[in-house]
Design a protein around this ligand. Structure first.
Ligand code: G3P
Ligand code: CA
Length: 241
């Protein structure tokens, strides 16, 4: 059986400020199987990497991401969640990330389209355009809690793998649904994962990639359930438990 892969959740965010270039660079250095990130749109229609719809939790500013231009957003310090590790870091543009990723062929990326709370018209198209500009098509896969974004991506970017993200309530017959809609992966929350659910996905040719797995006991339970990959804030649970 294939080794369970490990994806760096928001970069190496257990140690570095989440969704910053420093967290991504350290994730690449730590040889994660892929780097996960979240994308949204600025007021001037630029794709930026940030998890929340507001900048309040992760930066020294306040307000909605969509209320700022990219230039204005980049004036804030995005180290608020881990202030003592690096002095300052900017909110990365997705283009900055793509340019960096294009220089290292070992970097694979999971782009989570954050469009459930705010639907950003054009986010899917703009994100894919940058992937094409930097020739990253073979090294990315998309995911979203907004399943209509996935349907859009299926049309816009055929051939790029898609992951169906589901909240903690889980989803019965996920494999059946994913295979019908052409979604390659099911991305359930850790608490909802069962070995039966994983087997049902595999029976339909759908991979299972679980968020977010940090504790060693959870890591072992996911391996026993035969999941394909886990998203983690750390390289290996043993290293921080
Ligand atoms: O994609 C896995 C995980 O990132 C989903 O949850 O809230 O961390 O974006 P969240
Ligand atoms: Ca995410």
């Amino acid at each position: 059986m294939a080794r369970m892969k490990v994806y760096a959740h928001r970069g190496l965010s257990g140690i570095y400020p989440e969704n910053t270039m420093v967290a991504f660079a350290h994730a690449a250095e730590a040889k994660f199987d892929a780097i996960e990130m979240d994308v949204q749109l600025t007021r001037d229609g630029q794709v930026v990497i940030i998890h929340d719809e507001t900048i309040d939790r992760t930066t020294d500013g306040t307000g909605l991401v969509m209320s700022y231009s990219l230039a204005d957003l980049r004036r804030f310090n995005a180290t608020r969640v881990r202030p003592d590790v690096v002095g300052s870091a900017k909110i990365p543009s997705f283009e900055e990330y793509c340019e960096w990723a294009s220089s290292d062929p070992s970097v694979r990326t999971n782009i989570e389209v954050k469009s459930s709370v705010i639907f950003y018209p054009g986010l899917e198209e703009k994100t894919f355009a940058l992937i094409q500009k930097y020739h990253l098509e073979d090294r990315v896969f998309f995911s979203s809690f907004n399943h209509l974004s996935l349907v859009l991506l299926h049309q816009i970017a055929p051939g790029i793998p898609l992951g169906l993200l589901v909240e903690k309530h889980g989803l019965v017959h996920a494999g059946s649904l994913c295979s019908r809609f052409g979604f390659d992966y099911f991305h359930p929350a850790l608490s909802s994962v069962t070995a039966e659910g994983v087997a049902e996905c595999h029976d339909h040719g759908v991979g299972v990639q679980v968020w977010t797995v940090d504790a060693l006991a959870d890591w072992d339970r996911m391996a026993a359930a035969k999941v394909d990959a886990v998203f983690s804030n750390f390289p290996r649970p043993q290293e921080h438990s």
